[in-house]
Ligand binder design. Structure first.
Ligand code: TGC
Ligand code: FAD
Length: 388
């Protein structure tokens, strides 16, 4: 009997030693330090980020594939595998790693000045500073070009006004990369906790991604020096370049949630007796398991192909969309189908599939909704942007 569902395509043989080693280390950390606590974190909607952040830092999971500034500089495939292992526990945990490394740190690494990189990146890589990334607004989600947050120049400073919404980790962040409209186009600013005119109230009562802290960023005449502006950005290319990175991590991460759901369902159907024999011995059950395993294996091979392209520097944004759209759709379908196999037991926190399915509602929506990725792929196929 196959124990690892990805053995159906001998996936592991396609990885190199370093990648396998990093994956094992991340899985061991996840099993020891994350999995035993996840039910409580999810139920209480209270992730101890300040405690976890240095642990992720020590493991090298923050800014994992960035070069220099105390970042590990691993391959994109190794980073993807880490996302997979972390999200196999919970999407909220992978979200923490994505927002820290692929959004906040990447923005500074890619678009920041040397001084900004030296000041922030080593502390963020160590998990000493927690970062967030504010692009979405109450009335501008899929269409960030319609953002209302405004930065106006005032001598050597800028004055920022506006509200960002649904921002992972904003209530506890030490460093917030915030995007605003200017007279010239768009700009990114590195804001710090405690600045006058900066507040970040938490958003409560979430039914999804409960093991993750989400908030607003309210800027009320927030004065910030020009030295805190990311100097290399003046168009939306700035934030959208960062999104490519986080979307890439989701391609792998969502499949971790799917794998964990499937493993949970296989184990459950072996031990659950219905009509006199184990649930796993019925053809209908096996058909469901087989279809899910095939989808998961195909999707993981796609993730690897996209990861190899990224490591060669050849991954185009629309190819990231192919992976993000596929992984999130496949994962949410698998998590829901696994829940059916668990019957009533599946609606409790004791089993992971429904928690994963609830989380994947957010994962399907953030980092570009499924519809946005269809439109990005549609544009690549037809040369006709159909967003507006
Ligand atoms: P458009 O006119 O096409 O482009 C504006 C400028 O950006 C460039 N560009 C990109 N650059 C890099 N990567 C990409 N993927 C890019 N897409 C576009 C483009 O070349 C242009 O540059 P320039 O310098 O020539 O001006 O932009 P548009 O306004 O038509 O928008 C296109 C669209 C709809 C695809 C884009 O707005 C989009 O992707 N919308 C979805 C928004 C989104 O994904 N938001 C995510 C917020 S962050 C988040 O959700 C974090 S979740 C937490 C977690 O990950 O755990
Ligand atoms: P809308 O843009 O209002 O979309 C609503 C519906 O309309 C969707 O189905 C969408 O696909 C559809 N739609 C929109 N435009 C079109 C069109 N042209 N054609 C057809 N259909 C269309 N953002 C950040 O900046 N930073 C974060 O850290 C962050 N973390 C998040 C954490 C969580 C838990 C969640 C849920 C969201 C987070 N987001 C974050 C916000 C996320 O990126 C947005 O929710 C997402 O981009 C969608 O925007 P919206 O919610 O405003 O939906």
């Amino acid at each position: 009997m196959i124990k690892n569902v990805l053995d159906l395509t001998n996936f592991s043989a396609l990885l190199n030693d370093e990648e396998r080693m990093l994956q094992t280390a991340m899985r061991e950390f996840a099993d020891k330090s994350l999995r035993p606590n996840i039910q409580d974190w999810y139920e209480n909607s209270s992730l101890p980020v300040e405690q976890l952040s240095p642990q992720f830092g020590e493991l090298g999971a923050l800014g994992m594939h960035l070069e220099g500034y105390d970042c590990p500089g691993t391959s994109a495939v190794a980073y993807g595998l880490a996302c997979m292992e972390i999200e196999a526990v919970d999407s909220g945990l992978r979200s923490f790693v994505s927002v820290q490394g692929s959004l906040a740190m990447f923005a500074i690494h890619h678009w920041g000045s040397e001084e900004q990189k030296q000041k922030y990146l080593p502390k963020m890589a160590a998990g000493e500073y927690i970062g967030c990334f504010g692009l979405t607004e109450p009335d501008a989600g899929s269409d960030p070009a319609s953002m209302k947050t405004r930065a106006v120049r005032d001598g050597d400073d800028w004055i920022l006004n506006g509200t960002k919404m649904w921002i992972t980790n904003s209530p506890i962040a030490d460093v917030a990369v915030v995007w605003a409209r200017t007279d010239e186009g768009f700009a990114g600013f590195i804001l710090e906790k405690g600045m006058e005119g900066f507040s970040a109230p938490e958003i409560q009562k979430k039914l999804s991604l409960r093991a993750s802290i989400t908030g607003e960023i309210v800027l009320d005449n927030c004065r910030v020096s020009d030295a805190q502006r990311l100097p290399e950005v003046s168009t939306l290319r700035g934030p959208l370049t960062c999104l490519n990175e986080a979307r890439y991590g989701i391609i792998w991460g969502a499949l971790g949630a799917a794998r964990d759901s499937l493993e949970t369902a296989i184990e459950y159907t072996e031990t659950r007796n219905v009509f006199g024999k184990s649930l796993s011995s019925y053809q209908l059950t096996q058909a469901k398991l087989a279809d899910m395993a095939v989808e998961l294996n195909k999707s993981t091979l796609l993730a690897l192909q996209l990861g190899r392209l990224k490591d060669e520097g050849k991954l185009a944004p629309h190819q990231v969309s192919v992976g993000k759209l596929n992984s999130t759709r496949v994962a949410i379908d698998i998590a829901r189908q696994c829940r059916t196999l668990l019957g009533a037991s599946g609606i409790t926190l004791e089993y992971s599939p429904m928690r994963h399915a609830n989380n994947l509602e957010s994962v399907l929506t953030y980092e570009g909704t499924a519809e946005m990725h269809q439109l990005i792929i549609g544009q690549a196929l037809t040369d006709k942007p159909a967003f507006r």
